[in-house]
Design a protein around this ligand. Structure first.
Ligand code: GCU
Length: 424
């Protein structure tokens, strides 16, 4: 049964990728001459030379990302109630504590749930540092633990709506275990929290009408509608609400929360990390177009392609940059720079040309200018590093062999990276 669902998911993704890839260019020789927007100059052309001036410049950049790309994150007052609905001291063969937290949001006369699954190492010194990331198919898919609750109201129903639906079920329990490496995380003394992204904004065009997204109003006029945050923005909003919960849990060190996301969820992690400075370290795994990769290279997935296939990810206004990436007031090196002075890690995969590994690296490299202002080392060279050789300091990077995925190798690099900053 599990494999039936997995096969359907694979067929769906392969078909989707086949259609998109028809449009993509991969030849470096076809990359247009481009100039990246300056990080260290304000919109009015004034040089940024101090941290204080950067803090002002930072606001301009955030504003551009919000109005031109991801959309404005909902600022509406949403009530939230956190409730521990399950807890065990004997999880993962006795070495972890498992908590399942139900966040119930209410606004505009509606309510919607978000379930946070948390594992904490039992023998670690409390409060513990914690990784948090959204997952693609449901909390019960990240590990073969029969006690992880599936939210029946949100069950995966491939026949009904395709995989881009906000439902997730029993049949796929544990299918993403290899991507999460829960054991290694716990053995290294870190906690892990995860949330199913479909609960926030189900990943299809009309998804806004379901899940947490449905709590927010859609904007009063054309301008507001056009600049309004869509899926990526609501996924990031959910991560910040999880952060609100971590601040209330005595077992978790809220000053040591590491935000990690893969692919579209890497885009969301970067946008959340840029806006919410409570996240201590941010990790982007193969986040590609609209994540870490530079738009101006126009290679692999581009603005036109992503807007055509995922019109609900970015704000309406972003469509005006289709084939006009050079007019964007920002590029993705600015997104990485918004993490400064916090450590940030960008990871690519050699065969994941769709995500443009070189564009991901160059973003990380160019963001280093801002880290320099803080006196922090980042990545030393604009040359792509060799495969399987992690680089950098406050900005870390690796490109590993293989394709678009999260592997135990990626996790081992993340654990090594975060340890440098989080061990007392
Ligand atoms: C598609 C999409 C990417 C995205 C990826 C994923 O390939 O084009 O932008 O990162 O799906 O989320 O797996």
């Amino acid at each position: 049964m599990k494999y039936y669902y997995l096969t359907l998911l694979l067929i769906f993704f392969s078909f989707e990728n086949y259609a998109q890839k028809e449009w993509a260019v991969y030849d470096e020789a076809l990359i247009p001459e481009y100039q990246l927007p300056a990080l260290m100059k304000t919109d009015k052309g004034k040089d940024v030379t101090t941290v204080k001036e950067w803090r002002q410049r930072r606001k301009e950049l955030l504003q551009h990302f919000a109005t031109e790309m991801y959309g404005i994150t909902p600022g509406e007052k949403v009530k939230v109630q956190f409730k521990t609905i399950e807890k065990s001291e004997q999880a993962l063969n006795g070495k972890a504590v498992r908590k399942q937290i139900l966040a119930t949001f209410s606004a505009n006369g509606r309510t919607a749930p978000m379930n946070i699954l948390i594992y904490l190492p039992k023998n670690a010194h409390k409060p513990v540092p914690l990784f948090v990331g959204l997952n693609f198919y449901g909390n019960q898919t990240i590990c073969d633990d029969p006690a992880i609750l599936t939210n029946e109201a949100y069950c995966l129903n491939v026949e009904e709506k395709g995989v881009y639906n906000n439902k997730s079920s029993e049949a796929i329990r544990g299918v993403q275990s290899e991507r999460w490496c829960v054991d290694s995380i716990i053995n290294a003394g870190y906690g892990l929290a995860t949330i199913y992204y479909g609960e926030l904004y189900p990943d299809y065009e009309e998804g806004r009408e379901a899940g947490v997204a449905s709590l927010f109003s859609t904007g009063k006029n054309e301008k507001e509608k056009n600049e309004q945050g869509q899926a990526i923005s609501i996924w990031s909003w959910g991560l910040s609400r999880a952060m609100d919960y971590f601040e209330t849990d005595e077992d978790i060190d809220e000053k040591k929360i590491i935000l990690m996301g893969h692919s579209r969820l890497g885009k969301a992690a970067l946008w959340a990390g840029a806006q919410d400075e409570r996240f201590a370290i941010i990790i982007s795994n193969d986040s590609g177009c609209g994540g870490a990769a530079l738009f101006r290279r126009k290679i692999g997935e581009t603005a036109r392609i992503i807007n055509a296939y995922f019109p609900h990810w970015f704000c309406g206004k972003f469509k005006q940059y289709n084939e006009r990436e050079e007019f964007l007031p920002v590029d993705q090196h600015a997104l990485i720079a918004l993490m400064a002075p916090r450590p940030v890690y960008v990871a690519s995969a050699e065969d994941d040309l769709w995500a443009d590994p070189k564009g991901e690296y160059l973003s990380a490299y160019h963001a280093g200018e801002v880290y320099g202002l803080y006196g922090l080392k980042a990545l030393g060279s604009s040359e792509m590093p060799p495969v399987n050789a992690p680089q950098g300091n406050y900005i870390g990077y690796h490109i590993r062999t293989g394709g678009h995925d999260v592997t135990p190798y990626d996790w081992s690099c993340y654990l090594t990276f975060v340890k440098r900053f989080l061990s007392e």
